[in-house]
Ligand binder design. Structure first.
Ligand code: SF4
Length: 428
């Protein structure tokens, strides 16, 4: 059976109270990744503009964490100042990187930590033009992932996770990646799987801006609708094959449909050599509620990787999740008492099913989108920001007349925006 919304906690995040802000510091990159949402149009953002956007997040978003993305953020010349400024504003910077700048460059990693980084999500997958690793399979790339995980753990005190885009062609390797991560739970703090999405260019839909037809020129187009069918529950099922103790605790739904599951969130517990279980919905609710009560905002990421064993007491409330992991822990200790002295680690797995174009052309976005970014004084979905950069608004889709649409023009969909009080320079 797949994940059911009624068995999970719906993350309480919203437009104005969301732990994540998505900051894009550049649209330049040093490699090419298939499925990238960003076209190289404007290069590095000036530091002053970045600071303005960070103040915007602080004012309108109540962020705990700022995900620094791009393009490739580590090639921005002011990356250290950006990290320091995020810290100054009381938020935690997490860097989303392809890692190329960190190859054999531990001193740079140490500098990033000193400047305030709490951790890294490395995007490594087989559809990248990565120097020396081109043509390698997902499994072969685990060697590279391990190099990064080791380097980050040597520096210490940093979160390290790995992201991969999932296509029909690599869905089958998900169990292998999860087994690899579980095996290295002492080094790997998380995995993120993002299902590939693209605007279909196979004639099924026509696209419009302000009611006028346009030829879509964003980077996220695809000629084949067959490529975009993988869902979050599909990825969930693959993960289960690797670890039956894996279970999701929380979700975000779709903005248009009641049954879509866009984000699936999990935190697993394990000792070296054995996975014990996953946090349950009650445990996730406790964490979110108490963090908000005491810190005034919700929690997305933490560099804490070892579970204090006292936290097993939360199993009294979260019986299905932490309680079960606790019971498995004692069973493991009884089999081998030396395990009592081993640390218990946490490892998260996030699954994101990016926007879906529905049959009638509506776009089903992630409800309470955590990855909103700032564009021209507004919060916009980062996965679709290039529509704003190219057309000044979202592009709407309508089913082509020959395949069931009415062939007429459509009105741009309502866009959730917040007007900034500040004067932000458009990222044109
Ligand atoms: S809707 Fe938001 S969270 Fe979902 S893929 Fe797009 S930017 Fe990411």
């Amino acid at each position: 059976m797949g994940p059911r919304k009624r068995d999970m906690y719906r993350m309480p995040w919203s437009m104005n109270d969301n732990p994540i802000g998505w900051l894009e510091v550049t649209d330049k990159c040093n490699i090419y990744c298939r499925g990238c949402y960003r076209r190289n149009m404007t290069g590095h953002k000036p530091l002053e503009q970045i600071k303005e956007e960070l103040r915007f997040f602080k004012e309108w978003r109540n962020c705990d964490n700022i995900s620094i993305a791009g393009g490739e953020p580590l090639i921005h010349p002011d990356i250290l100042d950006i990290l320091a400024y995020i810290r100054e504003l009381g938020m935690k910077p997490l860097i989303l990187t392809n890692g190329v700048k960190l190859v054999d460059n531990k001193p740079f990693l140490e500098e990033l930590k000193r400047a305030g980084a709490i951790g890294f999500t490395f995007h490594i997958d087989s559809e990248q033009s990565r120097p020396h690793w081109k043509g390698k399979s997902e499994i072969e790339l685990c060697e590279l992932r391990l190099q990064y995980a080791r380097m980050v753990n040597e520096v210490g005190g940093l979160f390290v996770s790995f992201g991969a885009t999932i296509y029909p062609s690599n869905l089958h390797i998900v169990p292998e990646l999860v087994r690899w991560a579980n095996e290295h739970i002492d080094l790997v703090h998380g995995l993120v799987f993002i299902t590939f999405r693209g605007a279909p260019q196979d004639g099924l839909f026509d696209y419009f801006v302000d009611g006028k037809p346009v030829k879509v020129e964003v980077s996220y187009t695809t000629d084949s609708t067959e490529e975009i069918g993988i869902t979050s529950p599909d990825v969930y099922a693959e993960i289960k094959k690797a670890n039956p103790n894996y279970e999701t605790a929380a979700y975000l739904g779709g903005s248009q449909t009641h049954d879509a599951i866009k984000w699936l969130l999990n935190v697993q517990f394990g000792i070296k050599g054995q996975m014990l279980g996953s946090i349950g919905p009650k445990g996730m609710e406790l964490v979110q509620t108490f963090y908000h009560l005491f810190r005034g905002r919700y929690l997305a990421y933490t560099a804490m990787h070892k579970l204090p064993k006292i936290a097993f007491l939360l199993g009294l409330v979260d019986r299905q999740g932490i309680g079960r992991a606790h019971r498995n822990y004692w069973k493991a200790v009884l089999r081998n008492p030396l395990r009592l002295f081993q640390p218990v680690y946490t490892q998260s797995i996030g699954i994101i099913q990016a926007p879906d174009i529905l049959e009638d052309g509506r776009q089903d976005m992630c409800d309470s989108c955590p990855d909103m970014t700032v564009w021209d004084g507004k919060l916009v979905h980062s996965c679709r920001m290039d529509e704003w950069r190219l057309y000044g608004t979202y592009v709407t889709a309508q089913r082509h007349a020959d395949v069931g649409g009415n062939g007429g023009t459509s009105t741009p969909e309502a866009v959730p925006t917040e007007e900034a009080e500040g004067d932000l320079t458009p990222a044109r």
